[in-house]
Ligand binder design. Sequence first.
Ligand SMILES: *Cc1c(COP(=O)(O)O)cnc(C)c1O
Length: 351
Amino acid sequence: MQHLIRPCFCREGYSYAKRAEDVAREHGFDRIARLASNENPRPPSPLAIEAAGAALLEGNRYPDERTADLCTALCRYHGDYHFVTGAGMDGVIETVIRTVVEPGGRIVVATPTFSFYGIAGAAHGAAVGNVPRREDFSVNPETFIDACSGARLAFLCSPNNPTGNATPTEAVREILEGIDCLLFLDNAYVDFSAIDYRPLMREYDNLILGRTMSKIFSLAGLRVGYAFVPGWFAPYYQRAATPFALNAVSAAAAAGALRDREHVTATCDHVRRWRERFLTETPFAACPSDANFVMLDVAPHTGDEVVDLLATRGVLVRSCTSFPDLGNHYIRVSIGDDWENIRFLEAITAL
Ligand SMILES: *Cc1c(COP(=O)(O)O)cnc(C)c1O
């Protein structure tokens, strides 16, 4: 019956990190340094856990379809903007695509980058145009603008996954003024940088800033994402969205987490301190990073080889070979807990 499957799902899908339990069993470790998925090693805020517990008691009811409490918490945290929410930023990305892209419509993606934009676009019948970045992984606004001609939606990740570099606000501004479509600026890692794109929301009506609660807020397992959207866009997003996609427990946890500023500053301090060491203390060239991970060029080895070697030393990192338009000689290493980072630095130095 496989002939019934759509061609876009006959290719490989999203590439997941190896499971820590499998690596631990295979190499005889009781714990593995989990540095492959850019999670926050700090557990969720007690405020998030308390709010989630209270929401669970009302689990017999459908959640509020507009996630009003979470949007109120977002306004308290960020200021007065229009927000939409979803099941992870991945869910938000899917709904944005559904809202604006007709089958056969074009989307544009600055590569190498997070693969889900292309996967989700293809799943909705879009034609996906990849626009390679420059050698140093910066975006060339002119090339990007040219590629956006006739497109409905463009994706730019900043700070970029997996390269780590951010796109300066001026380049984003140039792109916004040069394109006729919507720009989805993925800000999953923006809290770890010094850049603030939020003021651009006041100036442009074709900008969406994608955010996630998975990284700095330690809620990856709860699947909460949101976006800053132009006011005109929000009602259409609501129509396109899967009803009740964001569950009540996760929404409540997210609203609770947003009240814990200490969690944010402690995480940022930790990331900045270790990022400096990751950039300078390995025997390989590191790409400058504005995120909670660092990409290393491990040539003449391949990324896959180094991932396997580090696994034998109890360290799980991500090979970048599955990222479109990137060579096979890169690994991406998340900043983890102190013991994980130390184990990684020792292991990579001993290779
Ligand atoms: C982690 C990540 C996301 C997805 O976040 P979720 O909210 O967990 O779905 C989106 N974009 C990039 C670039 C990411 O690295």
